[in-house]
Design a protein around this ligand. Structure first.
Ligand code: KG4
Ligand code: ZN
Length: 332
């Protein structure tokens, strides 16, 4: 059967999102709610709070999309849902919702890996999308993964490198906590760094392989801050220095992989790809080498259902589908 319109469902962490996407890349409508404010005072995401919020906002979001915006549920052809990786209680809410749609509308369902979906984000609403093969870097609060993507079928997506310990977003979030800046650290550090100078050296893993490591630099920061007074200027300089230290290996290794394999297109996705310093560094590094560097528009950087619908479409037309026995997995 030819399909066109996909309902995407994303609830892997603190964002509840639904989207209707046509032909894998035209976003008809995306709705999104975040429970971030309910977690900030705990300094991290609390899975049970996230799951409860998903349940609370799910119906109003669906009503907004299907009733207020007049999208006909009967026009849907497929249900795509994030079923991995993520927080188990959160994933379960989205999966139950996807199964209800699948059962009620008699539609096929496809379970999508949300880390790979982050690489799909720059393909949405883009008349000049990245070309295959491309080097893909996924950087978020839970993952730092480097892929070679030859086609959208999972067997054509090769994991080339990953973090040996903390994810880059996790390192930024921990640094934010150490500096008393609140949660999540990434966007706050980006802002503070604009006012500071990167005058401190923080050591970070730069081995010849394609793996990453961010736990050492975090510990270095912990010791560095001991007995220091956290004045505003000092904190801004530390933010600029720490941000530079963690971003450099991301740019270096990703560009090196493209160079060594002769691949022209580079895609960067995941929450940390919202960072403007990183975007500039990538553009600078790629320019002289004739690389095309692609970042998602800001609305598709954080977890969202449009990228899930888009990748679900690509998988389905390549023969991948699931049924009502689909379960969740926290594995990458
Ligand atoms: O992809 P995402 O929304 O959720 C996960 O799958 O983890 O990414 C969240 C992560 C957090 O660690 C947050 O600090 C980071 O993305 N982040 C940023 C920025 N915006 C969000 N890091 C650096 N700069 C930003 N502007
Ligand atoms: Zn994510």
């Amino acid at each position: 059967m030819r399909i066109n319109r996909v309902l995407g469902i994303e609830t892997s962490c603190d964002e509840t999102s639904f989207a209707v996407v046509d032909a894998g890349n035209r976003v008809v409508r995306q709705v999104l709610a975040s429970s971030l404010e309910f977690h900030s005072r705990y300094g991290g995401i609390i899975p049970e709070i996230a799951a409860r919020r998903h349940l609370e906002v799910l119906s109003p979001l669906l009503m907004e999309m299907f009733e207020r915006d007049g999208i006909d549920v009967e026009s849907l052809d497929l249900i795509a849902v994030t079923n991995r990786p993520g927080l188990a209680p959160s994933l379960l809410v989205g999966l139950a919702c996807a199964k209800a749609f699948s059962l009620g509308l008699d539609l096929d369902i496809v379970g999508v890996d949300h880390t790979l979906a982050h690489l799909y984000a720059p393909f949405l609403d883009n008349p000049d999308p990245p070309q295959m093969p491309f080097v893909g870097l996924v950087i978020s609060g839970g993952h730092t993964l480097l892929f070679m993507v030859r086609d959208w079928h999972p067997k054509d997506i090769e994991l080339v490198g990953k973090t040996k310990d903390d994810a880059v977003g996790e390192a930024l979030d921990k640094a934010g906590r150490l500096l008393g800046l609140g949660y999540p650290g990434g966007p706050i550090i980006e802002k503070k760094a604009l006012e500071g100078s990167p005058r401190f050296e923080f050591p970070v893993y730069r081995g010849r392989d394609y793996d990453f490591s961010f736990s050492g630099v975090k510990t270095a920061l912990l010791y560095f801050l001991r007995d220091k007074e956290l004045s505003e200027d000092f904190v801004c300089d530390v933010c600029a220095s720490f941000q530079k230290a963690v971003m450099e290996p991301l740019v270096e290794k990703t560009i090196r992989l493209a160079k060594e394999t002769g691949v022209r297109d580079v895609v960067v996705g995941g929450g940390v790809s919202a960072n403007r310093y990183l975007r500039e560094r990538f553009q600078e590094a790629g320019e002289g080498l004739g690389l095309r560097i692609h970042f998602p528009p800001m609305r598709y950087c954080l977890d969202n259902a449009s990228m899930v619908a888009g990748l679900g479409y690509q998988w389905y037309i390549r023969g991948i589908k699931d049924d009502l026995s689909l379960s969740i997995s926290s594995r990458v």
